[in-house]
Design a protein around this ligand. Sequence first.
Ligand SMILES: *Cc1c(COP(=O)(O)O)cnc(C)c1O
Length: 818
Amino acid sequence: MLTFQQLQSITQGKEVQFVQSLPVVHLLTDSRKLSQPTGSVFFAIKGKYNDGHKYLPQLYAKGVRQFVLEQGEPQELQQLYPEANILQVANSMQALQQLAAWHRAQFNVPVVGITGSNGKTIVKEWLSALLSPDEMVVKSPRSYNSQLGVPLSVWQLQPNHTLGVFEAGISQPGEMEKLQAVIQPTIGIFTNVGSAHDEGFASREQKVQEKLKLFREVELLFYCADYELLHQQVQAQSIKSFTWSRQQPEADLYISATTTAGHRTIVVYTFEGEKQRLTLPFTDEASVENALHCLAILLYRRLPLSEIQERLDRLHPVAMRLEMKEAINGCYLIDDTYNNDLAGLAIALDLQASQPQRGRHTIILSDVLESGLAEEELYRKVAELVQAHKVERLIGIGATISKYNQLFSESDFYTSTAEFLKVFNPASFRNEVILVKGARVFEFEKIVQAFQQKVHGTVLEVNLDALVHNLNYYRSKLAPDTKLMVMVKAFAYGSGSFEVANLLQFHRVDYLAVAYVDEGVALRENGITLPVMVMNPSPDSFVKLRQYNLEPEIYALEQLEAFVGSLEPDAKYKIHLKLDTGMHRLGFEPEDFEELFRLLEQYPQVQVASTFSHLAGADEAIHNDFSQLQIARFRSMAAELEERLGYKVIKHILNSAGIVRFPEHQLDMVRLGIGLYGVEATGSEQEALRPVSTLKTTVSQVKSVRQGDTVGYSRKGIASTDRTTATIAIGYADGYDRRFSNGVGQVFINGHRCPIIGNVCMDMCMVDVTGVEVKAGDAVTVFGIDLPLVELAQNIGTIPYELLTNVSTRVKRIFYSE
Ligand SMILES: *Cc1c(COP(=O)(O)O)cnc(C)c1O
């Protein structure tokens, strides 16, 4: 076992304190993911938005006794953490990488390193599955391919493994050398060259060159020679390679034809002078390319053709999404049908643990497919993980997990999914967070269906990764000490306030804001502990407001009088003062100040936590002068206020558009709204954001209408020629605006934009699908990547805000991350 002294010599760290000899089993970099304190070493990493050093006291209190950190006075550290082993290093991330590199070097096994613009994760998953009959494979969990993810992946290598498969992703020069040192691949796969992360590099050439650094020491590199840029550089660097190509017969593997037949692709290829054919269980271009990389490796390993075909037949699309959704009896489902191995299980359990507010935690778990461990040891580890994450009930499904039932406390076992469904009693699940985690063969989607409430086919899918991306984009524009308030009013702009708020709490924003007290109460009841400002609290809700520790916006004297009228003498109450600088909606004006100060002096229990104003035209450049005027007025009013109060008050004026347009006026805090949800209100940086919401529905029926027939109410849709129409399950009651009627709106079906025909009805509307292959049950996108919100809003003369917040609450929200 690794000792503290070794850790010190590997990382070249300075010993601040050595107290006791402890095992180094878990590398902890995120304080929220602590589950087994005893064997954990915490690496305090300084990130762009956070600093691990902030969490030392909390981790120490929870029993962590080993720390690698960058800062702190030795004496002070010894005093604060008398029982901890502490190492000080120049860079904690680098120390983590050094440790992983050292660990990697202990194993003399082949290791496959994978990089490229797309397909890394899928190739990694498929290759691991294809080789698992012959090898004990260890692989990166999910898409752990970053500076942090790679060391954590490689740390999983154990003596029983015979092959490692790890992916590496970079976004700028200088990163790949570090990942190479950690993975030390002996075999390489370069999946392809695309546009992803182009912005981080001077040129495509430079990007390819940087990525190739992963393969500095490989014995063999597999790649497709049809990527010219890549091919030239591999040749120039004389990296030993195995190439495949659709164009060059001299490649090691020559693909002379790929043709689709139903749901399969027939591949005709020549390898070592022999022409053969086999089929792939996919037809889309990306899957075929990913599978061909794998084929190259299987051929290189000289597997017999019949065996290759058999293994390829078992490949399936990798479910990258992890979905969260509401279910029967107040339950909440975390649906994760990604590969069910130990590392994937640990990640899913972490996510479940981050939802502590929603009641007790249950897991429905299939046999765990892990090739690396003896059965009993494997299930012992599963039981440990489940216990460490405080899961209260386990339902095990599968013959193997059932065999080890004695390892689990509160639990039930079934040998198959069908057996579980036969006795499934919805009433025995109530107000629980249920993690559904099963290997593909167990078809847990049937269990998920059984748990889901009956809904019509319209859903709003909310991409939590995109949300975090947008959050970080705005954060990158802020000075380090500028605070961030996020607007989650109106059901978080239609996205679902609790889930969004929970994510924002996880990512440690400073403040949330809602419009009404009830919205704030709902957040508190779902376990949101962040400070919450309520923008429009009515006097009859003040009691509730205080009961739930919500902070009112105060914008008028009568309102302040009503608020102070009912205060307890010794308590403290935070308020936020809204100043009117030109919006003329709500807020104090200079002439109110004397009376305002008189009241505040009279009620010292009331503390002004912040003061703010709102820009009327930050989204449009023509109003820049006016915005500047508002900002100047605000600065002077706020300064006067602060002076009169005699203490510091947080000052804020910028909304999403303001953050982009006037970064020099961030003051103490900004208020992020629409930008978080993927719409860049000034329009100039829309490219930098990711769309968050996709509104989807399904086709209910397809019809042929003849020339002269009419479609829908008032006979507004007139068929000028014979047409095919599809009736889709969304109408104005779902929030699909009636202004989209009669060709103004379009929806996206099977790769085509199809216009609305006739008037939008309450629960449905009809679209013209002439010439498009469409059948009942097909998916329809109403807005999303293929139909940007901004464009839809323009078509009916409104703004994206309205479209987002109009999506009715009867439309089910599904939250997912990749
Ligand atoms: C809604 C709101 C915001 C956020 O505006 P966006 O344009 O969505 O960024 C900021 N401040 C106040 C007072 C608001 O009401």
